[in-house]
Design a protein around this ligand. Structure first.
Ligand SMILES: [Zn+2]
Length: 202
């Protein structure tokens, strides 16, 4: 009888495929930040890519648009890592318990220019925190939606299991600078496999 129960449990476990990646999303408002509608577009575009490649959609568990709680840190590129720690603390205090805690922030405003950047807490880190900057246009009026999308998918990619790799795809260490060289904004097959493997362990 006991053996039977164990077998049933194992069967259930193997068949309990994940159905989604839950996200606790914050859009921080500040100089040159996205509007809520623009942030929706960014998230939807990212979701389409993740769903297409991983077979699991991003589902918003909580979604907030707030004024940037860390405007001073966002004026110095050198505070990039500190900003991750601040956001991590911010999310942990509010404990929503999603698979991913993500902040879309305004660009860094340093030396009279807007800079894009992002950081994530680690590779394959359930309940992990990441952030990336997003903007529609830079100081020169050049479109930046694609860069914002690359930054978002790169940092999200780390949390769900992606590692840096040397190809013109989303997980290149310098993916932002390579955006124009990407034929498509996508994860490599290798990264897709790594992410699927990570998600199976969650
Ligand atoms: Zn990276």
């Amino acid at each position: 009888m006991r053996l039977f129960a164990l077998l049933v449990a194992a069967f259930f476990f193997i068949n309990s495929a994940r159905a989604e990646i839950s996200v606790n999303l914050v859009v921080a408002q500040g100089p040159n930040s996205l509007t809520r509608e623009e942030a929706d577009s960014l998230f939807n575009a990212a979701n389409m890519q993740v769903t297409l490649q991983m077979g699991e959609p991003l589902v918003l568990k909580k979604y907030r648009v707030i004024s940037n709680p860390f405007p001073e840190e966002q004026k110095k590129l050198s505070k990039r890592l500190r900003l991750l720690r601040l956001w991590d603390g911010w999310f942990k205090r509010r404990g929503v318990g999603a698979d991913v805690n993500y902040a879309i922030t305004p660009p860094f405003e340093d030396g009279g220019l807007y800079w894009m950047a992002g950081y994530s807490e680690g590779v394959c880190k359930k309940n992990g925190t990441a952030y990336s900057t997003a903007e529609m246009f830079n100081n020169y009026g050049a479109p930046r939606f694609e860069h914002s999308l690359v930054a978002f998918l790169h940092e999200l990619g780390h949390i769900v299991g992606g590692e840096h790799e040397d190809s013109n795809t989303l997980m290149h260490a310098d993916a932002l600078a390579r955006t124009e060289r990407m034929k498509k904004i996508r994860y490599s097959n290798q990264t897709s496999e790594r992410i699927k493997k990570c998600l199976r362990k969650w």
